[in-house]
Design a protein around this ligand. Structure first.
Ligand code: C5P
Length: 235
């Protein structure tokens, strides 16, 4: 039964390091990955491809329900899955700030969220799942065995993104990045449906002053403790 398959929910705002932690944790445990943010990004992109308005709820919900999307594993921690939409590799196109902004515009629509419920649950496969998003622990997998809420100050997140883009020779302005992160936080936290917030039983980790190895060590010890407790309970 699906309920017996352990889920580790990793929620938090954009740029908090969820993606890399999800990848490292899944690789360490041999678990599957659900990048739920990618699903909202895909819906935004599909909407653009099919000239559907980003606030047209019924049309978007229909588009989301019938997405022709495939996820193929890669060895790249920054893009652990290759994403194919209608036969085209859209992995890179989905990582842009425009795609993030479009995702956060379609994400508040209840019918759109409902449409991808079953798709999200289909990622729950043996031996387990690490699910990355905004509402993994609060809405989609409320029975997750471990819930992590990973956060960092908006300044630190903007600076990380700035350095990532600079390394790739992509010219950006730190202040613009900071403003777009703040605007997305605001949309994600203040929406009526599935707002971004820590689950009541989440471990909250603030990574502002931590590097990725320190965050991973904290997450892994929380996960191992919980998984061991579950094993003991099952005998
Ligand atoms: O995590 P990522 O940056 O890819 O998410 C893009 C956007 O998709 C978020 O800003 C949010 O609006 C939306 N999202 C969501 N629920 C999730 C994952 C992402 O609403 N579980």
């Amino acid at each position: 039964m699906a309920e017996e398959i352990p889920v580790i929910a990793i929620d938090g705002p954009g740029g908090s390091g969820k993606g890399v932690i999800t990848y490292k944790l899944a690789a360490h445990l041999g678990f599957h990955i659900l990048d739920s943010g990618a699903l909202y990004r895909i819906i935004g992109l599909a909407a653009r491809n099919h000239s559907v308005e980003l606030d047209g709820e019924p049309a978007l919900a229909e588009l989301a329900r019938t997405l022709d999307v495939r996820f193929e594993p890669t060895q790249d921690p920054e893009a652990p899955l290759r994403i194919m939409l209608e036969g085209a590799d859209v992995t890179k196109a989905l990582r842009t700030d425009d795609a993030a902004r479009d995702a956060s515009r379609v994400a508040p629509l209840a019918k759109v969220r409902e449409s991808i419920g079953a798709l999200q649950h289909s990622f729950r496969q043996f031996p387990g799942l690490v699910a990355d998003g905004r509402d993994m622990g609060t809405v989609v997998f409320t029975d997750a065995v471990v819930k992590i809420y990973l956060t960092a100050s908006a300044e630190a997140r903007a600076e990380r993104r700035y350095n990532q883009l600079k390394d790739k020779d992509i010219g950006v302005n730190l202040h613009d990045l900071f403003e777009s992160i703040q605007a997305r936080d605001e949309r994600d936290m203040k929406r009526a449906v599935a707002p971004l917030k820590p689950a009541q039983d989440a471990y909250v980790i603030d990574s502002t002053a931590l590097d990725i190895d320190q965050v991973f060590a904290l997450v892994l010890s929380a996960v191992q403790e919980k998984l061991a407790a579950v094993k003991d309970k099952l005998g």
